[in-house]
Design a protein around this ligand. Structure first.
Ligand code: ZN
Ligand code: ZN
Length: 372
């Protein structure tokens, strides 16, 4: 039996680099050799025991790699050696939920999220991709791994926050929290044509990144009540759309208080415990507000669209990749990321130590004076 190196969840606060069986594809499945992957805030929740997965599972849900082996039924669709990404969410494309257009809920609540949740994930030399025909997305020629590393999850999720909020040209938008997802929501608000984009975070480095990525105004709650400032900036009304990108009572409540009557709260955060909506922020339930929630959209067509935005220079997310490690250095990388040390936004992980950092190489597109 062939084996491979993988990062295995062994229980709360325990991840280990181990040799595990290399997967073999069955009909409709593919095996990808991972060249670059990354760590997500959700992985931190898992390792800390705040989101349950079974011990023994390979973690990680953001694969960039090369087709290594194809199961039966994929002839002529893909070829071994082809560079691909796969979304964090891998819908089947055929079930009740997929055919009702909610692909992320494939098979039932959160069911589209399989990698590093219900099946082995991408922190490994190889990953098995289910329903490959719906999920393998070829990387456009000329794009490096790090150009597309954020497409499987963070860019898809953050942008979806702006899309689900139905931002219209000229809208005023507030984005609560400017971690990687919040920053991508800020990018999304800009792409959707918001006029005023207000980024909120308690970390000034992240606020600086928000300004570079499209926020006109940034607010640090340590300097004063962000809701009062948002009202002041919007003639007392509040924003048209607020995006919540942290998953805490405080940010949810502030986002609700920040929207105008008839406005939309677009929620991306992962919450735990009970979430409370104070009646006055909720206009006692009569404010014509909308609250929408979104799980990262996946599938190969979503990935194609996101990579087309990168390829055509509508966005450049590489400034969010701040650190690089070999997969063997997972403990060091995880510690840095989970403690938000050294200005980290996203880390690139490479199973092949010789590949570390090479994912940065890219075809020159000419000078870009803005990040996106
Ligand atoms: Zn994630
Ligand atoms: Zn499905």
């Amino acid at each position: 039996m062939k084996t491979m190196k993988a990062v295995v969840f062994r229980g709360r606060d325990r991840i280990e680099v181990e040799e595990v069986p290399k997967p073999t594809p069955r009909a409709g499945e593919a095996v990808i050799r991972i060249t670059t992957t990354t760590i997500c805030g959700t992985d931190v929740h898992i390792v800390r025991g705040e989101y349950p997965v079974r011990p023994g599972l390979v973690l990680g849900h953001e694969p960039v790699g090369v087709v290594d082996e194809l199961g039966p039924g994929l002839d002529g669709l893909y070829s071994v050696g082809q560079r691909v990404i796969v979304g964090a969410i891998t819908p089947c494309g055929q079930c009740f939920y997929c055919l009702n257009g909610v692909h992320s809920q494939c098979g039932g609540g959160l069911g589209g999220w399989r990698f590093g949740n219900t099946i082995n994930g991408a922190w490994a030399e190889y990953v098995l991709v289910p329903d490959a025909r719906a999920n393998l997305a070829p990387i456009p020629a000329g794009l490096a791994d790090e150009d597309v590393l954020l497409c499987p999850d963070v860019f898809s999720t953050g942008l979806a926050g702006a899309e689900s909020g139905s931002i219209r040209v000229g809208d005023a938008v507030a984005v609560f929290a400017q971690g990687p997802i919040g920053l991508c929501a800020t990018v999304g608000a800009k792409l959707k044509g918001a006029s005023l984009i207000i980024g909120i975070d308690s970390n000034n480095e992240r606020l600086a990144a928000a300004r570079r990525l499209g926020a006109n105004v940034t607010l640090n709650p340590a300097d004063g009540d962000p809701v009062a400032e948002i009202k002041r900036l919007t003639d007392g009304r509040g924003v048209d759309v607020a995006i919540e990108a942290l998953g805490r009572q405080e940010t949810f409540e502030n986002a609700l208080r920040a929207i105008r009557p008839g406005g939309t709260l677009s929620s991306l955060g992962v919450y735990s415990g009970k979430l409370v909506a104070p009646y006055e922020a909720f206009y006692a339930g009569l404010g014509d507000q909308k609250i929408v929630t979104t799980l990262c959209p996946g599938g190969k067509e979503r990935m194609r669209r996101l990579m087309a935005m990168v390829e055509n220079r509508r966005v450049d997310l590489t400034p969010l990749v701040t650190h690089r490690f070999a997969l063997d250095q997972i403990h060091e990388a995880f510690d840095l990321f989970s403690r938000q040390r050294d200005g980290v936004l996203k880390v690139a992980l490479s199973p092949d130590a010789a590949h570390v950092g090479t994912g940065r190489e890219r075809v020159a597109h000419g000078a870009a004076d803005e990040l996106c």
